[in-house]
Design a protein around this ligand. Sequence first.
Ligand code: UT7
Length: 308
Amino acid sequence: MPGITVKGWGIAVPDKVVTNDDLSVSLDTSDAWITERTGIRERRIGGTTSELATEAGRRAMDQAGLGAGDIDVVVLATTTPDALVPGTAATVQDALGIDGGAFDVNAACSGFVYGLVVSAGLAAIGSGRVLLIGADTLSRITDWDDRSVAILVGDGAGAVVIEPVEGPGDLLSWNIHADGSLRHLLKCDHGGYLYMDGKEIFRKAVRVVVDSAAEALADAGLTADDVDLLVPHQANLRIIQAACQRLGIPEERTSVVIDRYGNTSSASIPLALDDALQRGRITPGDRLLLTGFGGGMTWASAVLRWGG
Ligand code: UT7
């Protein structure tokens, strides 16, 4: 069975920047509290999930030097689809002019890693190239009068092209997990707003991220010292720091973008990946540890070798 490699990447974020001070005008909060407790300084707000996903997908295809005819499947990780039906991936497929399958994956903030695993599985059984996008507009399901959620969220999208290759390829290990008995911790009912038990999620998140990242490293036959860059879900800087400390990965080898984007759910890992690439922090052959957690609860990790 063929393995996969990542060929191109791209992101899209709304133009509108909302700072902590902006939020403090209408909420009983402050820049100092938000920065200290979460690491977030500003976030981007606006657009629809399909608009952001389409833009990120287009950039990833351009960057890979590929056209619509070169892509065979669109996998969109999102927890904020434009509508209940149809799946938002279909809108993206149409906008990009792709002739192939298209479907959404909803694993909340673990969605991008789940999507990576699904895409690698498709490629292994002969699907051809997959455009994998993580896109969310949490702002659309946020009660902007609820400071427990409003200070955390942002909108954005990130995409990669997954290409089948001969041999084992670059996905060195992966795992996906869920515990639906914890679904009450983070939820949004039809027509409602996002609710989260932040404290409890925080506690659980650190444990599951560390366990699943360690599992992925062990499955790849690697240790923390072998990780060139940790690319974690960006929910709270303190969660990332606690996970780094427990895993034995220094923060200098971690990509952090939460200060600029907040929690963008399925988009946070590709946004952090893109930022590291833009800064020249990733070179071919580097081993990246991707790890995410979110509503469900779900959690998932993967070790990806960059560029073969
Ligand atoms: O993508 C995955 C989903 N989400 C997460 O991973 C979220 C995980 N959780 C978190 O990030 C943190 O739990 C929060 C940032 C949500 C909250 O931080 P915390 O350090 O757990 O704060 P807390 O809820 O314990 O609240 C501490 C204090 C309380 O006041 P008292 O009781 O000490 O007087 C809160 O009422 O801070 C108060 N507070 C705020 N103050 C200013 C709570 N929210 C705010 C706020 N601004 N936005």
